[in-house]
Structures are given as structure tokens and as C-alpha cells.
Ligand binder design. Structure first.
Ligand code: NAP
Length: 287
């Protein structure tokens, strides 16, 4: 028997155990995927346990994606450029860090959103770990411009300075979260991505974006998957915009992690079914 788990805090609403376990069971792998709630002061101890031969690795989520990096032996080049790790692989006691959020985001954007970002203006709300992967993906794909709007402007400034080397084909800028910023950029924006927690379970009525500025010609992509429809998605739909939620990205990033741990092709259909069922249970149960 081998072990995997997701490290985060408080981790109450993680869907990863449900859909990763479904994938392991489907392929008859003798692996248990658990939730490992880990407060900040226990992170180093938790990471040390990953070196055991019984552990294949882990996912990392809020709030540890950046803090975990110096605790690992090697960081993949892409994860280093993004500045966040969401997947750890244990290879003979050495811990390797990867970021599968970027590929998960881009795959969902193209396959589920039908959107090719090359040459298109984009606006990203938020400047945390998820926003780093999203901005890196958009820059790598050659978006015409990427504007990062965040409540804490200094964090957005840090993000754009760190990712500036990737902006070879794109304009990259940060703005404070205020109506005037949104009004300045939304008129010429084809893609809006919410990478904040505003709208997630516990904060359902919040949206970082003023609804009146959403236009029918844009894709409004909310990374939040629980609830499956956020206030932003409902507002964007009313404005006639196309909308995409966070579930496809969640499953694609998890599938990429699965392949790193097991070397086997991830059973995507099984993972989607299990993830959807877990969201439904979470919504019905009132969490
Ligand atoms: P994080 O590193 O903790 O960053 C949170 C971001 O949200 C920060 O920019 C923060 O702004 C902002 N924020 C929090 N509450 C806000 C509010 N009330 N109003 C405006 N902004 C607010 O978290 P993360 O890892 O980037 O995750 C962000 C969201 O993306 C979460 O909802 C997470 O579930 C989702 N996510 C989804 C996937 C997926 O696969 N679909 C993957 C990763 C993350 P400040 O800097 O001002 O604090």
C-alpha cells in the first residue's frame, strides 16, 4: 500500500481526495489518497514525512504553494518561474516540486472555454498562487496584454516583477482593486479570469469584478469550483458573456499530478464524474 495526500489548511472543501481516489481505484492501484490538513507551523514536519518509501508524493494547496518550495530538493523549471508548487513527487527519498496548475488552466481554457489567448487582451483578478500560474500561462501563450488587479497592490506588483521575464510578447501591468481600474481595462478585454477567493464557499455573494462592466463578447472564467456557479458567473451570464467555472482546471491539474506520481494515463472521465459528484455532495450538505 502506498500513500498520497493533499497538504493545505484548513482543507475543509478539497475535492482532490474524492477524484484522485476514484482514479486510483479505477486503475486498481494499491494507493490511498488522503486529506492532510497542515497548519503553517507543522508544514516542515509534514514535508519530512513525504520522504518515506510508503509515500508517492502530495498535492499542495492554499496557503502553502510558495512556502513549501525551500523545503524540497529540486524544483522543476516551470514551477520555479511561476513561483509556486502544487505537486510533490517522492523519488527515493528526494522531493521534486512541480506546478500542474498552469497546464490545467490552459487546457481548460482551450478545450472547455474554446479560447485561444494568443494576441488577445486579458485581465486577471487576484495575485496569489493560482494567479501566478494563470498569468504565466497567458504570457507563455502570447496574450496581447495581461492586467493583474488585486486588493493588495504590492502583491500584484511582486507578481508582475517575478513574471516579467516571460512577458516577451505581452504588455504586463498591475492595478489596484478599485472601480476606476476595472473601468479602464474591461472595455478592451476578451478574457477575464477570477483567481481570488471572492465567490468561493463561505464568501458566495462576493465578486471582485463590477458586473456592469462585463461585456457579451468576453469569456468570464472563474477558477472557483465550489460552488459550481459563482456570483461572478451568474452576473456574467446575465450580461451575455460566455462563462467557464473552475472544475475542468481542477481535474486537469489533478490528472497531470496523477501522471507524475504513477506514470500512467489518468482516467479523465472517471475523475470528472467523481469531482462533479463530490461538489454536489458538498453543496447539498451545506458543507
Ligand atoms: P491565495 O494564494 O490565498 O490567493 C488568494 C487571492 O484572493 C489573493 O489575490 C487575495 O487578495 C484574493 N482575495 C481573497 N479574498 C478576497 C476578497 N474578499 N476580495 C478580493 N480579493 C480577495 O489563493 P490561490 O491558491 O491563489 O487560490 C485562489 C482561488 O482560486 C481559490 O478560490 C481557489 O479555490 C481557486 N483555485 C482553483 C483551482 C482550480 O483548479 N480550479 C486551482 C487553484 C486555485 P490579497 O492579495 O489582497 O489577499
Amino acid at each position: 500500500m502506498k500513500y498520497l495526500g493533499v497538504i493545505g489548511y484548513p482543507l475543509k472543501r478539497s475535492l482532490s481526495p474524492a477524484f484522485q481516489q476514484a482514479a486510483m481505484d479505477h486503475l486498481r492501484l494499491d494507493v490511498v489518497y488522503e486529506a492532510w490538513p497542515t497548519p503553517e507551523d507543522a508544514l516542515q514536519t509534514r514535508v519530512t514525512t513525504l520522504r518515506s518509501p510508503a509515500v508517492l508524493g502530495a498535492n499542495v494547496t492554499i496557503p502553502h504553494k510558495q512556502a513549501v518550495m525551500p523545503m524540497l530538493d529540486e524544483i522543476d523549471e516551470l514551477a520555479r518561474r511561476i513561483g509556486a508548487v502544487n505537486t510533490i513527487v517522492n523519488r527515493d527519498g528526494l522531493l521534486f516540486g512541480y506546478n500542474t496548475d498552469l497546464s490545467g488552466f490552459m487546457r481548460a481554457l482551450r478545450e472547455d472555454g474554446g479560447f485561444e489567448p494568443e494576441g488577445r487582451p486579458a485581465v486577471v483578478a487576484g495575485a496569489g498562487g493560482a494567479a501566478r500560474a494563470v498569468v504565466a500561462g497567458l504570457l507563455d501563450a502570447g496574450a496581447a496584454s495581461v492586467t493583474v488587479i488585486n486588493r493588495t497592490l504590492s502583491r500584484a506588483n511582486r507578481l508582475i516583477e517575478d513574471l516579467r521575464p516571460m512577458a516577451t510578447r505581452s504588455e504586463l501591468r498591475a492595478m489596484p482593486e478599485m472601480y476606476a481600474s476595472w473601468a479602464a481595462v474591461m472595455g478592451a478585454c476578451d478574457l477575464l479570469v477570477n483567481c481570488t477567493s471572492a465567490g468561493s464557499a463561505g464568501f458566495e455573494n462576493q465578486s471582485p469584478v463590477p458586473f456592469d462592466l462585463i461585456r457579451p463578447s468576453m469569456l468570464a472564467y472563474d477558477l472557483i469550483y465550489d460552488p459550481p456557479e459563482t456570483a461572478l458567473m451568474a452576473g456574467a451570464q446575465k450580461s451575455g458573456a460566455l462563462v467557464l467555472g473552475g472544475l475542468p482546471m481542477l481535474v486537469y491539474q489533478g490528472a497531470a499530478s496523477f501522471e507524475l506520481w504513477t506514470g500512467k494515463q489518468a482516467p479523465l472521465v472517471v475523475m470528472f464524474e467523481a469531482a462533479r459528484a463530490a461538489v454536489e455532495t458538498s453543496v447539498k450538505g451545506g458543507r
